[in-house]
Write a protein that binds this ligand. Structure first.
Ligand code: FAD
Length: 467
């Protein structure tokens, strides 16, 4: 797959979305300079390359494997107006006014994805059908109603669906009540990331793949150093999200980002008759009202793609294999439970990836370094399709020194991870006998930092799984 890089992964091993990805670009040899150097070729890095080229800056992007190797080539492809957490939780944590600005931001981010797809004619099977937050049993009804009421108060477009309305829309029978978020939909994440890559190349960004950055030089003109060369710029952008574990990130980021492992599966393509058995005429994306959600959708070729729910965390942030057999068994069990009408359909592929989480669930965006010349946007809590695609606009605003819709993220006080507490908890429920890890439930708590401004940032936070 990658010319001259025997140690790199193949695209089809990443996820089925990435099979058929084009050959990777050449790796970096020697020293290069540009206005902006970007590390990481997912949605964050590529949207930044496009945004900065659009502003006339020269751009070098260094990707350790190939564009789409990380979560951008592995995700479930639900484009949702979610930033961090569900709206009632966000409102409880941050207050209504803050949530208003967060919601406005993520709505802009969805518009940005739609704009990128149409401006660059990206063929990624985007279906603007929205997503349904669904209850699978009556205990979740109140959560659905709260989500709907909060969305209405915030002026978001959506509809509360009682059981009759769910059946009238033809949603699969296991989902008994829901809130339909109209903005967004579902897309092919691999085709989307490959389309962004092509658009960045066409726009004149220099992309080097199979070029892992090993070290950063923090300077007025910072430098990213690989085994065979380096790239120096006026600004350096870290777009590595939860995949940067081999690279020593600057301290403020290291202490904020929690890598979490998520798995998905896809079935064989459903026949027309099997599709008719489950309904799902509107093809809306579905995710459940669980604290750690299940996601379900149909792909462009009529497979069911679903999973999440059973997540893992490596002790001390350490690396785990992408897939865990026990999680696979649980996900297949969930598939059978939610879609009993098509019990005979085979599971075709299982894959996994890492998401980045912060303790307040919101993306971390900002600048750092002795010269404030290193920029970053990461940790989208598993909802980065929209927000990572909008990262380019946020980073461009930061580099230009202006405020913008992203100010609500970079203007906030962030919360460092409490390693000892998470570490203690992580050994409580292990899914990997060789390395202790958090399965569910995760429950982390952190005190508000001393002198924290604004009561809306007070913690403790709790994330808990309800079955
Ligand atoms: C299984 C799964 C399902 C998901 N489902 C959804 C969903 O349905 N909807 C949604 O909104 N979000 C979803 N997400 C989250 C979403 O995919 C991410 O938030 C988003 O892709 C993050 O993009 P990114 O560019 O910041 O990071 P990534 O896509 O992870 O890219 C980081 C890149 O940096 C590169 N890199 C790392 N270190 C180096 C280095 N040292 N040198 C050079 N390059 C380096 C990596 O190779 C990688 O390509 C899901 C994630 C997963 C894993």
């Amino acid at each position: 797959m990658i010319a001259g890089a025997a140690e790199t992964a193949t695209a089809s091993a990443v996820s089925p979305w990435m099979s058929g990805a084009p050959r990777a670009a050449t790796s970096l040899q020697g020293d290069v300079e540009a206005d902006v150097v970007i590390v990481g070729g997912g949605y964050t890095g590529l949207s930044t390359a496009l945004a900065m080229r659009g502003r006339g800056a020269s751009v070098v992007l260094l990707e350790g494997q190939f564009c789409g190797f990380g979560a951008s080539g592995r995700n479930a492809g639900h484009l949702t107006p979610t930033i961090g957490k569900d709206l009632p939780t966000l409102t409880r944590l941050f207050g209504r006014e803050r949530v208003r600005s967060l919601v406005a931001l993520v709505e802009l981010a969805i518009d940005e994805v739609e704009r990128l797809i149409s401006t660059h004619s990206i063929q990624c099977h985007y279906e603007a059908v929205g997503n349904v937050v669904a209850a699978v049993h009556p205990r979740q009804f109140a959560a659905i109603d709260r989500a709907s009421a909060t969305a209405r108060e915030l002026g978001l477009p959506g509809t509360l669906l009682d059981e009759n309305a769910m059946r009238e829309r033809g949603l699969p029978a296991a989902f008994v009540r829901g809130y339909h978020e109209q903005h967004g939909g579902i897309l092919h994440p691999g085709a989307y990331v490959q389309g962004l890559r092509q658009a960045a190349v066409d726009a004149g960004a220099a992309i080097y793949e199979a070029s892992p950055v090993l070290r950063l030089e923090d300077a007025a003109r910072p430098r990213a150093i690989t085994a065979a060369g380096s790239a120096r710029g006026r600004a350096l952008v870290l777009a590595t999200n939860a995949y940067a574990l081999d690279l020593e990130l600057p301290a403020p980021l290291r202490s904020r980002l929690l890598p979490i492992y998520v798995q998905l599966l896809q079935t064989a393509p459903l026949s027309a008759e099997q599709l008719a058995r489950i309904g799902w005429r509107g093809r809306e994306g579905i995710y459940t009202a669980h604290e750690i959600l299940e996601s379900w959708r149909l792909s462009h070729d009529d497979r069911i793609v679903g999973g999440s729910k059973h997540i893992r965390y490596g002790y001390g942030g350490g690396l785990l294999p992408d897939r865990d057999g026990r999680v696979t068994v649980k996900l297949e069990g969930l598939l059978r439970k939610r879609f009993p009408e098509i019990a005979e359909v085979a599971v075709d592929t299982v894959w996994g990836g890492r998401i980045g989480l912060t303790l307040d669930f919101l993306p971390t965006v900002g600048r750092t370094g002795a010269h404030r010349s290193i920029y970053y946007s990461m940790a989208y809590a598993g909802h980065g399709l929209a927000m990572a695609s909008y990262a380019g606009t946020m980073i461009a605003d930061l580099i230009a020194g202006r405020s913008g819709p992203g100010q609500t993220l970079w203007g906030r006080r962030t919360v460092p991870l409490p390693p000892s507490r998470c570490a203690a908890l992580s050994s409580a429920r292990s899914t990997d006998s060789s390395k202790p890890s958090i399965a569910v439930p995760i429950r982390c708590s952190a005190a508000s930092p001393a002198g924290s401004a604004g009561s809306d940032w007070k913690l403790p936070l709790r994330c808990r799984s309800r079955r």
